[in-house]
Design a protein around this ligand. Structure first.
Ligand SMILES: *[C@@H]1O[C@H](CO)[C@@H](O)[C@H](O)[C@H]1NC(C)=O
Length: 144
């Protein structure tokens, strides 16, 4: 009986411990469309494998009048011991003609920039990107 209850406590701890684990990442940079600042472009930092409901509750970030962005956020860790990949996405319509929806560029932030806890310990410097570029693995979003 005693063994059984310690087992239950152990299981409880295992579950609880996992659900309380956080990871965080932060990224900054600047976006251009051709030679002008890409203003009001949505940028997002969120792991790949979490549900959309969680996503809706997360902070939203856009580039400012110079095309600058700074995105940070606690990203809830999954059940795995290893960090969940932190994915950075850019939703834009630069060099997209009259097509509906947005172009989506997707990047993985190196795990060495993902830290435990709710605040990022390092900021990844993305640098400057001209959104006219055409990545081979570009995706699309139906949002506008
Ligand atoms: C954008 O970033 C540059 C370089 O860090 C800075 O000089 C400029 O003031 C920033 N613009 C805004 C609107 O914060």
């Amino acid at each position: 009986m005693r063994l059984f209850s310690s087992f239950i406590i152990f299981i409880f701890f295992l579950k609880f411990g996992v659900s309380l684990r956080f990871q965080a990442a932060s990224i900054k940079g600047r976006l251009l469309c051709g030679n002008v600042a890409a203003i009001g472009v949505r940028v997002k930092l969120w792991p790949d494998d979490l549900g959309m409901d969680v996503d809706k509750n997360s902070d939203q970030f856009w580039t400012d009048r110079d095309g600058n962005f700074s995105v940070f956020g606690p990203t809830l860790e999954g059940s795995a011991k290893a960090p969940v990949p932190a994915i950075f996405r850019i939703f834009h319509d630069c060099n997209d003609g009259n097509r509906a929806g947005l172009r989506v560029f997707k990047f993985r932030i190196p795990d060495s920039y993902v830290s435990k806890g709710k605040e990022a310990k390092k900021v990844f410097d993305f640098g400057l990107l001209n959104l006219e570029i055409q990545p081979f693995d570009e995706e699309r979003s139906t949002e506008n």
